[in-house]
Design a protein around this ligand. Structure first.
Ligand SMILES: C[S@@+](CC[C@H](N)C(=O)[O-])C[C@H]1O[C@@H](n2cnc3c(N)ncnc32)[C@H](O)[C@@H]1O
Length: 227
């Protein structure tokens, strides 16, 4: 697909249009891989760090924030879509704020967290790179940054294994979803580079496996401030 400097903006436009069906999809537990493995994996990864304060970036309708609050953590969930933040606020505990990654990178939250987590929410290019550059300013001294994303070797399909913008689709989702946004594919090496280039050492990489296919569904990267 051609490189378009506004692809990061198209991601946000798409989520404005798809907030309502997304809320239904999560409420009705329509995404099988989440039910089978990835929800539990990201909760376990955050809990394993033993932190008290958590920032849930791109929290959507807030299920992960709620799950972590239930485990005794103080959690702030942020998302750029007001309808998702409204839903999150009405669904339960946790503190929620409308914010883009660019605003967070520019210091909007003015807080540090023991854990910053992004669950399938780092989709773009410049927006994600800017956010990762700001990560040291969002983390407490022993804080960790945890990302769950589609496993690159599986999400790659048959295309050459190189970074770049890809078209997406809502295949497997309800007909209510429209206007799928482009997404920026990163190889595993590039994900690791996003950590190391921004002063974060990799502590652990987990590869949750689909219990029926035996294939990796996602990758979870856990890193913390070096030195
Ligand atoms: C696939 S959903 C995941 C939501 C949630 N983390 C979950 O696990 O259900 C991706 C989320 O990222 C948010 N998002 C994408 N780009 C964003 C940006 N630049 N700034 C803030 N939120 C963004 C979207 O609004 C959407 O809620």
């Amino acid at each position: 697909m051609t490189i378009d400097s506004d692809n990061d903006g198209k991601i946000i436009e798409s989520w404005f249009k798809n907030a309502a069906p997304w809320i239904v999809a999560i409420a009705e537990r329509q995404i099988e891989s989440r039910n089978l493995i990835t929800d539990r994996s990201i909760v376990d990864a955050v809990v394993s760090r033993g932190g008290k304060t958590v920032l849930d970036l791109g929290c959507g309708e807030g299920w992960l924030t709620r799950a972590l609050v239930d485990r005794g953590m103080n959690v702030v969930g942020t998302d750029t879509i007001p309808a998702l933040i409204d839903r999150a606020s009405t669904m339960g505990a946790g503190e929620f704020e409308v914010a883009t990654y660019a605003e967070i990178a520019a210091g909007k939250l003015a807080k540090k967290f023991d854990v910053v987590v992004a669950n399938f929410s780092l989709i773009g290019k410049e927006s994600v790179e800017g956010l990762c550059r700001s990560m040291p300013s969002l983390l407490t001294d022993r804080g960790t940054f945890i990302v769950q994303t589609l496993h690159p070797t599986i999400a790659n399909g048959d295309l050459p294994y190189i970074d770049g913008w890809r078209a997406s689709s809502w295949d497997g989702f309800s007909d209510e979803f429209t206007d799928p946004a482009p997404w920026y594919f990163r190889t595993l090496a590039t994900w690791i580079e996003l950590y190391t280039a921004n002063g974060l050492s990799l502590i652990e990489i987990c590869e949750p496996i689909h219990p029926q296919t035996g294939q990796p569904v996602s990758v979870i990267l856990i890193g913390g401030l070096s030195g």
